[in-house]
Design a binder for this molecule. Structure first.
Ligand SMILES: Nc1ncnc2c1ncn2[C@@H]1O[C@H](COP(=O)(O)OP(=O)(O)OP(=O)(O)O)[C@@H](O)[C@H]1O
Ligand SMILES: [Mg+2]
Length: 458
């Protein structure tokens, strides 16, 4: 994770001690010996956080704070106060400093302040910053080097007519990237048409892509336009192109080479103006070697490759993504629970084989099902612990978090909910039923169905 911190202090010893601690945390650090220097460095370095000494020769900390926030209203500043300047440091927090540290500096305090500042505050400003950079409604959250490289490339290629092939594992955000390319292209006002090649039976894909004439095959009851026609003037997103049949590949190749298509059962050719963006989670080179994918088609679609890295290769984005999904889900009506920093850390350590889609589902489940007022590390452990092959020390009942179907999920959720309520009332069924405003007999039935007797459930 590339986090940048600026250290401003006129004492060399302090600068170096802080720098050492932060660099050990893999933070990119720059140091300045004066307020003037800091104001020069800030705009270029764009730090996520500034550690700023209160008392300095020349421009003091308060003045530097004020001017920094004029440069960037989202600047996040932690004041460093020496003996006798604590009053000033407190004053600084009223002027917008996030927090203050007291000298002598203590490593644990520094790290705690740093973590809090980065987790709770910086992420907000990073989002603001990113939004400014990617003028698109398809918000790609994250500020890791890896995702920045993806965003940079898509911004570069979007305005051109070049075809793009997006590769990456399931759930990494390939579709999001495709939509962003469309949104940032001169075709943004035109249609964005998506075809999931893996979901269409091979005998239908041709008609799906190119359309058909009434009566051209059994079931063709009327003339129908295909996706290529529908995408005229816009972008056609060929999702899972690696799953397309060889015969469909031949037709797509022709459409791309000649810019013309014809509906199934029609001799007439139609000219279409379509930009193709394709995606796949397969290694096309291997598909080619094994005779399942046409090499010439790959060269046609893969003019500009964009590889979206798996989430575990950009863990630094996880806290931001969690905050983003939680906020989105809460706006959508889920209980507004805070996710504790330790819980975020545990989420960050997990490997996420299903990538961002799995993380998003995980956050949703945590918000719905965490029994307490906040989402704790133990809740996360229940969600991910087993998958990591680690011992599930948190205990409790993991089934509710790992259910496969929605029906299982609902049942597991109800079971978990009832279990908590029963525990709260020390298995007093009458009392539990009263709190839940549920007939006692009803609760007895559920206890039996879910095996929630004191022994079975506890
Ligand atoms: N960087 C990101 N910021 C915010 N949301 C993201 C990001 N990347 C992916 N998502 C969200 O994660 C989910 C999965 O993304 P998407 O559908 O684009 O992945 P995909 O690579 O196309 O997956 P699949 O291979 O399974 O089709 C979507 O809900 C998407 O909005
Ligand atoms: Mg997809």
């Amino acid at each position: 994770m590339s986090r940048r911190v600026l250290i401003v202090d006129d004492e060399k010893g302090i600068r170096e001690a802080l720098k050492q601690v932060l660099e050990y945390e893999e933070i990119e650090v720059q140091t300045c010996a004066s307020g003037h220097e800091a104001l020069r460095v800030y705009p270029e370095f764009q730090p996520h956080l500034v550690f700023l000494d209160v008392k300095m020769e020349g421009m003091d900390g308060l003045e530097t704070l004020k001017r920094t926030r004029e440069l960037d209203p989202h600047a996040q500043v932690v004041m460093i106060s020496g003996h006798g300047t604590i009053q000033t440091a407190v004053e600084a927090t009223q002027l917008g400093a996030y927090d203050f540290l007291e000298k002598p500096l203590d490593t644990d305090r520094i790290l705690l302040t740093l973590r809090n500042a980065l987790e709770h505050v910086v992420l907000v400003s990073e989002n603001v910053r990113l939004k400014r950079e990617v003028h698109t409604q398809y918000e790609i959250v994250g500020s890791s080097k890896a995702i920045r490289a993806v965003i940079e490339r898509l911004q570069k290629v979007a305005p051109t007519p070049a075809r793009v092939l997006i590769t990456g594992q399931n759930g990494t955000g390939k579709e999001l990237v495709a939509r962003a390319i469309h949104a940032l292209s001169p075709r943004a006002a035109g249609p964005f048409v998506e075809v999931n090649c893996a979901a269409i039976p091979s005998e239908l894909i041709e008609s799906e892509l190119f359309g058909h004439m009434k009566g051209s095959f059994t079931g063709a009851f009327a003339d129908r336009a295909g996706k290529f026609e529908l995408a005229d003037g816009g972008t056609l997103f060929l999702d899972e192109i690696g799953d397309m049949s060889l015969s469909a590949q031949a037709k797509v190749l022709r459409a791309l080479q000649e810019g013309v298509i014809s509906r199934v059962g029609s001799g007439k050719t139609l000219t279409v103006d379509v930009r193709v963006v394709a995606a796949t989670n397969k290694h096309l080179e291997q598909e080619i070697r094994e005779g399942r994918f046409r090499e010439d088609l790959m060269y046609r679609v893969n003019v500009v490759p964009i590889d979206v890295p798996p989430l575990r290769a950009r863990r630094g984005d996880i806290p931001e993504l969690v905050a983003h999904f939680a906020a989105e889900l809460i706006r959508g009506g889920l209980p507004p629970k805070e996710i504790e920093p330790a819980a975020v850390q545990r989420l960050t350590a997990h490997d996420w084989p299903g990538n961002i889609r799995e993380l998003k589902n995980g956050v949703e489940r945590l918000l719905i099902l965490a029994p307490g007022a906040t989402v704790t590390e133990a809740d996360v452990e229940r969600l991910v612990g087993k998958a990591d092959g680690a011992r599930n020390d948190a205990g409790g009942d993991a089934t509710w978090l790992r259910a496969g179907t929605f029906e299982e999920f609902k049942q597991a959720a109800e079971r978990a909910f009832l279990l908590t309520k029963l525990q709260q009332h020390d298995w007093n069924v009458s009392e539990t039923a009263r709190t839940l405003q549920m007939p006692r007999s009803n609760l007895y039935k559920k206890i039996e169905r879910y095996g929630l007797g004191r022994k079975g459930g506890a």
